[in-house]
Design a protein around this ligand. Structure first.
Ligand SMILES: Nc1nc2c(ncn2[C@@H]2O[C@H](COP(=O)(O)OP(=O)(O)OP(=O)(O)O)[C@@H](O)[C@H]2O)c(=O)[nH]1
Ligand SMILES: [Mg+2]
Length: 251
């Protein structure tokens, strides 16, 4: 099946829902003393029984050359601090991020459970068995480049093209430019980013800087990812009303 075209931003989910008062009771479940709660593999947010919320599960692979900021992005999305030094990831590390969203059409609230797969680029090259397990049943790929490393940007097309070859089943593709805070060392011109976007027509987000204690800096990435994933599932299921993960409903 061909890849699903990304929906227009804000057309599937309520944008900036984390800023609405009514979302507080849901976002409070992923926070503890204003910091992000860390969820182990078997843990999940618990809502009171009268507020039953379904959880939908996805596997996300973070791709990009060594030092581009894959581990840092996984930490940022999970609300953890980012190590200042580059410690090469020696294998696969997974982390779980929960993110509540509100569907625009039905007003239904869902928890997205995103399992992030971060694999060190040098480990991927060294051990042939790692990439197949990262790719297995993956729902989305985040293609990373660094604004301070031109070669990481130039290599993007190559990376994306590899995921376009059939029989790869449809996966959501998102491009993330890291180290946007290091503008003094910026090596990728805005003009080139525009040309890239015109060619690939993929959502492109920019991240950088210290991890803030609010949700504001990660909300654009997580909302964009959740929106694409939900849309892809609806299109794959053949009808916006029938969702493939309906059977996993947790009541
Ligand atoms: N200023 C700034 N530094 C960043 C950012 N993202 C990552 N870094 C730094 O870049 C370095 C490398 O980041 P990592 O996340 O470890 O790189 P990686 O892609 O996981 O690399 P491998 O595990 O070797 O494949 C670290 O020193 C981070 O602190 C960012 O957005 N801004
Ligand atoms: Mg790493």
């Amino acid at each position: 099946m061909a890849d699903v075209r990304p929906p227009a931003p804000g057309s599937v989910l309520v944008s900036d829902w984390h800023r609405c008062k009514e979302s507080k009771e849901f976002f409070n479940k992923i926070l503890h003393k204003k910091m992000r709660k860390n969820f182990g593999l078997l843990e999940s947010p618990v809502m009171p029984p009268q507020v039953a919320v379904d959880t939908v599960h996805y596997k996300i692979f973070i791709s990009g050359k060594s030092g581009v900021g894959k581990t840092a992005l996984a930490a940022r999305l999970a609300g953890l601090s980012i190590p200042n030094l580059h410690y090469e990831t020696t294998g696969i590390e997974t982390s779980v991020v929960y993110w509540p969203v509100k569907l625009k059409d039905s007003g239904r609230v869902l928890f997205f459970r995103l399992q992030l797969w971060d694999c060190g680029e040098n480990a991927l090259r060294r051990f042939d068995h790692l990439l197949p397990s990262c790719k297995e049943q993956v729902d989305a790929v985040l293609f990373l480049f660094s604004f301070t490393d031109r070669t990481s940007f130039d290599d993007l097309s190559n990376q994306i093209a590899k995921w376009m070859v059939p029989p790869v089943s449809p996966v959501v593709k998102l491009v993330v430019g890291t180290k946007f805070d290091l503008f003094m060392h910026c090596d990728v011109a805005e003009r080139d980013v525009k040309l890239f976007q015109e060619r690939w027509r993929l959502p492109l987000l920019r991240v950088g800087g210290e991890v803030g204690d609010g949700l504001g800096d990660i909300a654009p990435v997580l909302n964009c990812l959740a929106e694409q994933l939900w849309h892809q599932d609806c299109v794959t299921a053949g009808s916006a009303g029938i969702h493939t993960q309906e059977t996993e409903t947790l009541l």
